[in-house]
Ligand binder design. Structure first.
Ligand SMILES: NC(=O)c1ccc[n+]([C@@H]2O[C@H](COP(=O)([O-])OP(=O)(O)OC[C@H]3O[C@@H](n4cnc5c(N)ncnc54)[C@H](OP(=O)(O)O)[C@@H]3O)[C@@H](O)[C@H]2O)c1
Length: 330
Protein backbone atom coordinates (compact mmCIF):
# COMPACT_ATOMS: atom_id res chain seq x y z
CA UNK A 1 0.00 0.00 0.00
CA UNK A 2 1.13 3.48 -0.88
CA UNK A 3 1.02 6.62 1.27
CA UNK A 4 1.19 9.77 -0.85
CA UNK A 5 1.44 12.50 1.75
CA UNK A 6 3.75 12.98 4.70
CA UNK A 7 2.19 11.29 7.74
CA UNK A 8 5.39 10.72 9.73
CA UNK A 9 7.41 7.59 10.50
CA UNK A 10 5.37 6.55 13.54
CA UNK A 11 2.14 6.40 11.58
CA UNK A 12 3.79 4.48 8.75
CA UNK A 13 4.86 1.89 11.38
CA UNK A 14 1.35 1.86 12.80
CA UNK A 15 -0.06 0.98 9.36
CA UNK A 16 2.61 -1.66 8.75
CA UNK A 17 1.71 -3.17 12.13
CA UNK A 18 -1.82 -4.00 10.97
CA UNK A 19 -0.60 -7.16 9.24
CA UNK A 20 2.65 -8.78 8.07
CA UNK A 21 0.92 -9.10 4.68
CA UNK A 22 1.23 -5.35 4.16
CA UNK A 23 4.16 -3.61 2.57
CA UNK A 24 3.94 0.11 3.24
CA UNK A 25 5.53 2.39 0.65
CA UNK A 26 6.02 6.07 1.44
CA UNK A 27 5.91 8.25 -1.70
CA UNK A 28 5.41 11.61 0.02
CA UNK A 29 8.89 12.83 -0.97
CA UNK A 30 8.61 11.63 -4.58
CA UNK A 31 5.97 13.97 -5.98
CA UNK A 32 4.46 17.42 -5.60
CA UNK A 33 0.77 17.04 -4.85
CA UNK A 34 -1.74 19.53 -6.28
CA UNK A 35 -3.28 21.90 -3.73
CA UNK A 36 -6.69 23.51 -4.34
CA UNK A 37 -5.71 26.40 -2.07
CA UNK A 38 -2.59 27.10 -4.19
CA UNK A 39 -3.88 26.91 -7.81
CA UNK A 40 -0.46 27.67 -9.28
CA UNK A 41 0.91 24.52 -7.62
CA UNK A 42 0.45 21.82 -10.25
CA UNK A 43 1.02 18.13 -9.73
CA UNK A 44 4.54 17.00 -10.52
CA UNK A 45 4.80 13.25 -10.67
CA UNK A 46 7.31 12.57 -13.41
CA UNK A 47 9.65 10.84 -11.00
CA UNK A 48 10.23 7.30 -12.38
CA UNK A 49 10.64 5.94 -8.84
CA UNK A 50 7.16 7.25 -8.00
CA UNK A 51 5.67 5.67 -11.11
CA UNK A 52 7.34 2.34 -10.25
CA UNK A 53 5.69 2.40 -6.80
CA UNK A 54 2.31 3.25 -8.33
CA UNK A 55 2.63 0.26 -10.67
CA UNK A 56 2.77 -2.01 -7.58
CA UNK A 57 0.05 -0.28 -5.54
CA UNK A 58 -3.10 -2.07 -4.44
CA UNK A 59 -4.24 0.41 -1.76
CA UNK A 60 -3.54 4.16 -1.68
CA UNK A 61 -3.93 6.46 1.35
CA UNK A 62 -3.81 10.23 0.96
CA UNK A 63 -5.41 13.64 0.81
CA UNK A 64 -4.72 14.40 -2.87
CA UNK A 65 -4.03 11.80 -5.51
CA UNK A 66 -1.96 11.56 -8.70
CA UNK A 67 -3.62 12.16 -12.06
CA UNK A 68 -4.54 9.17 -14.25
CA UNK A 69 -4.27 7.08 -11.12
CA UNK A 70 -6.15 4.01 -12.36
CA UNK A 71 -4.06 3.82 -15.53
CA UNK A 72 -0.79 4.29 -13.68
CA UNK A 73 -1.71 1.88 -10.88
CA UNK A 74 -3.25 -1.12 -12.68
CA UNK A 75 -3.30 -3.21 -9.47
CA UNK A 76 -5.21 -0.54 -7.53
CA UNK A 77 -8.30 -1.82 -5.65
CA UNK A 78 -9.00 0.80 -3.00
CA UNK A 79 -8.50 4.55 -2.45
CA UNK A 80 -8.76 5.77 1.16
CA UNK A 81 -9.16 9.55 1.29
CA UNK A 82 -8.17 11.60 4.32
CA UNK A 83 -11.15 13.95 4.04
CA UNK A 84 -14.92 13.84 3.50
CA UNK A 85 -15.23 15.69 0.18
CA UNK A 86 -14.33 13.36 -2.69
CA UNK A 87 -15.02 15.52 -5.74
CA UNK A 88 -11.30 15.60 -6.60
CA UNK A 89 -11.00 11.81 -6.20
CA UNK A 90 -13.96 10.91 -8.37
CA UNK A 91 -12.42 11.43 -11.79
CA UNK A 92 -14.14 9.70 -14.73
CA UNK A 93 -11.60 6.87 -14.72
CA UNK A 94 -12.06 6.24 -10.97
CA UNK A 95 -15.86 6.27 -11.27
CA UNK A 96 -15.81 3.85 -14.22
CA UNK A 97 -13.24 1.56 -12.59
CA UNK A 98 -13.80 -1.20 -10.03
CA UNK A 99 -11.70 0.69 -7.49
CA UNK A 100 -13.45 1.25 -4.14
CA UNK A 101 -13.29 4.77 -2.67
CA UNK A 102 -13.68 5.42 1.05
CA UNK A 103 -13.57 8.69 2.97
CA UNK A 104 -13.62 9.57 6.68
CA UNK A 105 -17.11 11.10 6.93
CA UNK A 106 -17.93 9.23 10.13
CA UNK A 107 -14.80 10.57 11.82
CA UNK A 108 -15.42 14.14 10.68
CA UNK A 109 -19.13 14.17 11.56
CA UNK A 110 -18.59 14.88 15.28
CA UNK A 111 -16.23 17.89 15.03
CA UNK A 112 -18.34 19.17 12.13
CA UNK A 113 -21.57 18.93 14.10
CA UNK A 114 -19.96 20.56 17.14
CA UNK A 115 -18.57 23.46 15.12
CA UNK A 116 -21.89 23.89 13.32
CA UNK A 117 -23.85 23.98 16.54
CA UNK A 118 -21.21 26.26 18.06
CA UNK A 119 -21.81 28.69 15.19
CA UNK A 120 -25.57 28.51 15.78
CA UNK A 121 -24.96 29.36 19.45
CA UNK A 122 -22.64 32.22 18.54
CA UNK A 123 -25.25 33.69 16.20
CA UNK A 124 -28.09 33.24 18.70
CA UNK A 125 -26.08 34.73 21.56
CA UNK A 126 -24.81 37.64 19.41
CA UNK A 127 -21.12 36.75 19.75
CA UNK A 128 -19.90 39.27 17.10
CA UNK A 129 -21.73 42.09 18.94
CA UNK A 130 -20.21 40.99 22.28
CA UNK A 131 -16.67 40.78 20.90
CA UNK A 132 -16.93 44.18 19.19
CA UNK A 133 -18.14 45.76 22.43
CA UNK A 134 -15.44 44.05 24.48
CA UNK A 135 -12.76 45.41 22.17
CA UNK A 136 -14.25 48.91 22.56
CA UNK A 137 -14.69 48.41 26.37
CA UNK A 138 -18.37 49.13 25.84
CA UNK A 139 -21.03 47.97 28.36
CA UNK A 140 -24.20 47.54 26.34
CA UNK A 141 -26.94 45.18 27.48
CA UNK A 142 -28.81 43.23 24.84
CA UNK A 143 -31.36 40.51 24.46
CA UNK A 144 -30.25 37.23 22.90
CA UNK A 145 -32.16 34.54 21.06
CA UNK A 146 -33.42 31.56 23.02
CA UNK A 147 -32.98 28.39 20.99
CA UNK A 148 -35.69 26.38 22.72
CA UNK A 149 -38.73 25.99 20.42
CA UNK A 150 -36.94 27.61 17.47
CA UNK A 151 -36.85 25.66 14.20
CA UNK A 152 -33.62 24.32 12.74
CA UNK A 153 -33.71 23.41 9.03
CA UNK A 154 -31.04 20.93 7.95
CA UNK A 155 -30.43 20.80 4.21
CA UNK A 156 -28.79 17.39 3.72
CA UNK A 157 -29.65 14.96 6.51
CA UNK A 158 -26.44 12.90 6.32
CA UNK A 159 -23.84 12.22 9.00
CA UNK A 160 -23.23 15.89 9.78
CA UNK A 161 -26.89 16.85 9.46
CA UNK A 162 -27.94 14.13 11.90
CA UNK A 163 -25.20 15.15 14.35
CA UNK A 164 -26.39 18.77 14.34
CA UNK A 165 -30.02 17.58 14.66
CA UNK A 166 -29.07 15.60 17.78
CA UNK A 167 -27.49 18.66 19.45
CA UNK A 168 -30.42 20.88 18.44
CA UNK A 169 -32.88 18.35 19.84
CA UNK A 170 -31.03 18.50 23.18
CA UNK A 171 -31.67 22.25 23.22
CA UNK A 172 -35.39 21.75 22.67
CA UNK A 173 -35.34 22.95 19.08
CA UNK A 174 -37.76 21.70 16.48
CA UNK A 175 -35.78 20.10 13.65
CA UNK A 176 -36.86 19.73 10.03
CA UNK A 177 -34.64 18.41 7.24
CA UNK A 178 -34.35 17.52 3.56
CA UNK A 179 -32.40 14.67 1.99
CA UNK A 180 -31.87 13.56 -1.58
CA UNK A 181 -33.44 10.14 -1.69
CA UNK A 182 -37.18 10.05 -1.13
CA UNK A 183 -37.52 9.66 2.65
CA UNK A 184 -38.99 6.31 3.65
CA UNK A 185 -39.85 7.73 7.05
CA UNK A 186 -41.10 11.22 7.78
CA UNK A 187 -39.49 11.40 11.23
CA UNK A 188 -36.14 10.45 12.73
CA UNK A 189 -35.12 10.21 16.37
CA UNK A 190 -33.99 13.83 16.47
CA UNK A 191 -35.86 15.18 13.45
CA UNK A 192 -39.50 16.18 13.64
CA UNK A 193 -40.11 16.29 9.91
CA UNK A 194 -38.13 14.86 6.98
CA UNK A 195 -38.99 16.43 3.64
CA UNK A 196 -38.29 15.56 0.03
CA UNK A 197 -35.53 17.74 -1.40
CA UNK A 198 -38.12 19.42 -3.65
CA UNK A 199 -39.71 20.86 -0.50
CA UNK A 200 -36.66 23.02 0.24
CA UNK A 201 -38.79 26.23 -0.01
CA UNK A 202 -40.98 24.91 2.81
CA UNK A 203 -37.93 24.22 4.98
CA UNK A 204 -36.51 27.68 4.27
CA UNK A 205 -39.78 29.45 5.08
CA UNK A 206 -40.21 27.64 8.41
CA UNK A 207 -36.65 27.72 9.78
CA UNK A 208 -35.02 30.14 12.20
CA UNK A 209 -31.60 28.61 11.47
CA UNK A 210 -30.75 26.88 8.18
CA UNK A 211 -27.73 24.57 8.05
CA UNK A 212 -26.26 23.45 4.72
CA UNK A 213 -24.67 20.02 5.00
CA UNK A 214 -25.05 18.77 1.44
CA UNK A 215 -22.29 17.22 -0.68
CA UNK A 216 -20.58 19.04 -3.54
CA UNK A 217 -22.29 17.46 -6.56
CA UNK A 218 -23.67 19.11 -9.72
CA UNK A 219 -27.20 19.01 -8.29
CA UNK A 220 -26.25 21.10 -5.23
CA UNK A 221 -24.33 23.76 -7.18
CA UNK A 222 -25.67 27.16 -6.03
CA UNK A 223 -28.65 25.43 -4.45
CA UNK A 224 -29.10 28.53 -2.32
CA UNK A 225 -29.43 31.68 -4.40
CA UNK A 226 -31.49 34.87 -4.38
CA UNK A 227 -34.87 33.12 -4.56
CA UNK A 228 -34.02 30.76 -1.68
CA UNK A 229 -32.59 33.54 0.50
CA UNK A 230 -35.73 35.60 -0.09
CA UNK A 231 -37.81 32.58 0.95
CA UNK A 232 -36.14 32.66 4.41
CA UNK A 233 -37.52 34.66 7.35
CA UNK A 234 -35.84 38.09 7.75
CA UNK A 235 -35.02 37.00 11.31
CA UNK A 236 -33.39 33.72 10.20
CA UNK A 237 -29.70 32.78 10.06
CA UNK A 238 -27.84 30.68 7.49
CA UNK A 239 -24.92 28.42 8.41
CA UNK A 240 -22.92 26.92 5.53
CA UNK A 241 -20.44 24.21 6.49
CA UNK A 242 -20.83 22.17 3.28
CA UNK A 243 -18.97 23.79 0.38
CA UNK A 244 -18.83 27.29 -1.10
CA UNK A 245 -20.35 25.87 -4.29
CA UNK A 246 -23.65 25.27 -2.46
CA UNK A 247 -24.28 29.04 -2.30
CA UNK A 248 -24.50 31.92 -4.71
CA UNK A 249 -22.07 34.00 -2.63
CA UNK A 250 -22.92 37.31 -4.36
CA UNK A 251 -26.61 36.76 -3.59
CA UNK A 252 -25.72 35.93 0.03
CA UNK A 253 -23.73 39.17 0.38
CA UNK A 254 -26.73 41.16 -0.92
CA UNK A 255 -29.04 39.24 1.40
CA UNK A 256 -26.83 40.20 4.36
CA UNK A 257 -26.32 43.82 3.29
CA UNK A 258 -30.00 44.37 2.55
CA UNK A 259 -31.21 42.33 5.57
CA UNK A 260 -33.25 39.74 3.68
CA UNK A 261 -31.92 37.48 6.46
CA UNK A 262 -30.51 38.30 9.92
CA UNK A 263 -27.02 36.89 9.49
CA UNK A 264 -24.79 34.00 8.52
CA UNK A 265 -21.94 31.84 9.77
CA UNK A 266 -19.68 30.38 7.11
CA UNK A 267 -16.93 27.80 7.13
CA UNK A 268 -16.66 27.46 3.34
CA UNK A 269 -16.50 29.93 0.46
CA UNK A 270 -16.66 30.22 -3.32
CA UNK A 271 -12.92 30.94 -3.27
CA UNK A 272 -10.58 29.77 -0.50
CA UNK A 273 -8.78 31.28 1.30
CA UNK A 274 -11.48 33.97 1.35
CA UNK A 275 -9.93 36.87 -0.63
CA UNK A 276 -9.02 39.91 1.46
CA UNK A 277 -11.27 42.12 -0.71
CA UNK A 278 -14.38 39.99 -0.08
CA UNK A 279 -17.21 42.11 1.37
CA UNK A 280 -17.99 39.21 3.71
CA UNK A 281 -15.06 40.24 5.97
CA UNK A 282 -16.66 43.62 6.68
CA UNK A 283 -20.26 42.57 7.36
CA UNK A 284 -21.25 42.89 11.05
CA UNK A 285 -23.81 40.06 10.82
CA UNK A 286 -21.36 37.41 9.57
CA UNK A 287 -19.10 34.95 11.37
CA UNK A 288 -16.15 33.79 9.28
CA UNK A 289 -14.56 30.43 10.02
CA UNK A 290 -11.60 29.34 7.84
CA UNK A 291 -12.77 25.91 6.60
CA UNK A 292 -11.94 24.07 9.80
CA UNK A 293 -15.24 22.31 10.43
CA UNK A 294 -13.76 18.83 10.19
CA UNK A 295 -10.61 19.65 12.16
CA UNK A 296 -9.94 18.14 15.57
CA UNK A 297 -6.98 17.57 17.83
CA UNK A 298 -4.64 14.84 16.56
CA UNK A 299 -6.65 14.69 13.32
CA UNK A 300 -3.96 12.79 11.40
CA UNK A 301 -3.56 10.25 14.23
CA UNK A 302 -7.30 9.61 14.31
CA UNK A 303 -7.45 9.42 10.50
CA UNK A 304 -4.61 6.88 10.47
CA UNK A 305 -6.37 4.82 13.13
CA UNK A 306 -9.56 4.92 11.05
CA UNK A 307 -7.58 3.75 8.01
CA UNK A 308 -5.90 0.94 10.02
CA UNK A 309 -9.34 -0.29 11.06
CA UNK A 310 -10.46 -0.24 7.44
CA UNK A 311 -7.24 -2.01 6.43
CA UNK A 312 -7.99 -4.81 8.92
CA UNK A 313 -11.43 -5.13 7.36
CA UNK A 314 -9.91 -5.16 3.86
CA UNK A 315 -7.49 -7.93 4.76
CA UNK A 316 -10.26 -9.95 6.43
CA UNK A 317 -12.60 -9.49 3.47
CA UNK A 318 -15.09 -7.45 5.54
CA UNK A 319 -17.11 -4.45 4.36
CA UNK A 320 -15.14 -1.20 4.58
CA UNK A 321 -16.38 1.80 6.53
CA UNK A 322 -17.51 4.96 4.75
CA UNK A 323 -17.63 3.63 1.21
CA UNK A 324 -18.42 6.43 -1.23
CA UNK A 325 -21.22 5.86 -3.71
CA UNK A 326 -19.21 6.79 -6.81
CA UNK A 327 -22.28 7.29 -9.03
CA UNK A 328 -23.98 9.59 -6.50
CA UNK A 329 -20.72 11.43 -5.83
CA UNK A 330 -20.79 11.22 -2.01
N1 LIG B 1 -16.39 22.33 6.33
C1 LIG B 1 -15.69 21.22 6.39
O1 LIG B 1 -14.55 21.20 6.85
C2 LIG B 1 -16.33 19.93 5.95
C3 LIG B 1 -15.92 18.73 6.56
C4 LIG B 1 -16.59 17.56 6.22
C5 LIG B 1 -17.60 17.58 5.25
N2 LIG B 1 -17.92 18.76 4.65
C6 LIG B 1 -18.96 18.78 3.60
O2 LIG B 1 -20.19 18.30 4.15
C7 LIG B 1 -20.79 17.41 3.21
C8 LIG B 1 -21.73 16.47 3.94
O3 LIG B 1 -20.98 15.57 4.75
P1 LIG B 1 -21.66 14.28 5.42
O4 LIG B 1 -20.55 13.50 6.02
O5 LIG B 1 -22.82 14.66 6.24
O6 LIG B 1 -22.16 13.54 4.09
P2 LIG B 1 -23.21 12.36 3.95
O7 LIG B 1 -23.31 11.57 5.19
O8 LIG B 1 -22.86 11.68 2.67
O9 LIG B 1 -24.60 13.13 3.78
C9 LIG B 1 -24.94 13.93 2.70
C10 LIG B 1 -26.44 14.15 2.79
O10 LIG B 1 -26.83 15.13 1.81
C11 LIG B 1 -28.06 14.68 1.24
N3 LIG B 1 -28.26 15.31 -0.06
C12 LIG B 1 -27.61 15.12 -1.23
N4 LIG B 1 -28.10 15.92 -2.19
C13 LIG B 1 -29.10 16.64 -1.61
C14 LIG B 1 -30.01 17.62 -2.08
N5 LIG B 1 -30.00 18.05 -3.35
N6 LIG B 1 -30.91 18.14 -1.20
C15 LIG B 1 -30.96 17.73 0.08
N7 LIG B 1 -30.13 16.77 0.59
C16 LIG B 1 -29.21 16.26 -0.26
C17 LIG B 1 -27.92 13.17 1.17
O11 LIG B 1 -29.21 12.55 1.01
P3 LIG B 1 -29.43 10.95 1.03
O12 LIG B 1 -29.22 10.52 2.46
O13 LIG B 1 -30.84 10.80 0.61
O14 LIG B 1 -28.41 10.37 0.09
C18 LIG B 1 -27.26 12.88 2.50
O15 LIG B 1 -28.22 12.71 3.51
C19 LIG B 1 -19.60 16.74 2.54
O16 LIG B 1 -19.94 16.20 1.28
C20 LIG B 1 -18.58 17.84 2.45
O17 LIG B 1 -18.69 18.54 1.23
C21 LIG B 1 -17.33 19.93 4.98
Amino acid sequence: MLVVNDIGKERLHQIAGVSPEIEVMDASHLWVAPDPFIPERKEDSRNPEFNALLAETEVIFGLRFPQNLVKRAPKLRWIQGQGTGVKHVLTDEVVKSRVTVTNISTLRATPMSELTFGLIMMLAKQAPFLFRNQQGKKWQRFSHIMLQSKTLGVVGLGRIGKGVARLAHAFGMRVIATRRSAPRVTRHRYVDKILKKELLPELLAESDFVVLSIPDIPETYKLIGERELKAMKPTAYLINVARGSAMDEEALIRALEEHWIAGAALDVYAKEPLPSDSRLWELPNVIISPHVGGEMENALGKTTEFFCENLRRYINGQKLRDIVNKRKGY
